[in-house]
Design a protein around this ligand. Sequence first.
Ligand code: ADP
Ligand code: MG
Length: 252
Amino acid sequence: MSLPSPSITPVSGSADRTARPLALDNVTLEYPDGGGTVKALDGVSLSVGAGQMVSLVGPSGSGKSSLLAVAATLVRPTSGNVVIDGVSTTDRRDAELTALRREKVGIIFQQPNLLPSLTAVEQLMIGHHLRGMPLKAARSRARELLGLVGLDGSAEKRPHQLSGGQKQRVNIARALMGGPKVLLVDEPTAALDHERSASIVGLLRQVTDEFQVATVMVTHDTEFVPLTDAVAVMRDGGLTAPVRPDVHHSGV
Ligand SMILES: Nc1ncnc2c1ncn2[C@@H]1O[C@H](COP(=O)(O)OP(=O)(O)O)[C@@H](O)[C@H]1O
Ligand SMILES: [Mg+2]
């Protein structure tokens, strides 16, 4: 298997923008703050290729979650552009963004947010069935994905019967249901012990390779950074150059 070349590059040319599943181009995000504004993102450019996994680190309040929210099209940037799988999101209507997000983006937060009354397989099926996927197809895809994340024997269990690590695996499997091109992960291991954290990051690496998604993982745990292709550091809303020597940083 050949590893993808430059893992993370600021978007410079248009070819780059369309070739990579995720591209943020000079993105700024301001929140109202009292009489003024606070800049959560300040001219951030980042692109991630298929099968690449980028760690996003930085102090609390530096803008990591804001970057994921903008990349997920959950929050519109104040300026700049986000391109998902070649689709530029500027000037799209909310309904179009919702459709794009469902189709292309998998989102994994620290808290799995499972519905207490549903079994693992139902957690995966429900959204897709409600949006028109036939029950049988939804069930079969859900079972397949649960197997992939190591939960073959737990498909019929409800959240209270699952460990924290197992719940996070359900969360990951659920994010893969729509066949996303981009996976955005915010501190997936913050609530887990060391061993479980390692296996969750290992699983994210595996699904990034297997499904050729572009993955951005916010982590405070620099120990897991070597499992990823590059590390991007946020400070005061800005992204510093990736620190891995094998990573290109063009356009500077
Ligand atoms: N919804 C919001 N409204 C106002 N300010 C926000 C909001 N979300 C985040 N911020 C501010 O934006 C900055 C970046 O926050 P965040 O992206 O959550 O950082 P991190 O995830 O790195 O801790 C912080 O100053 C934070 O207070
Ligand atoms: Mg955060």
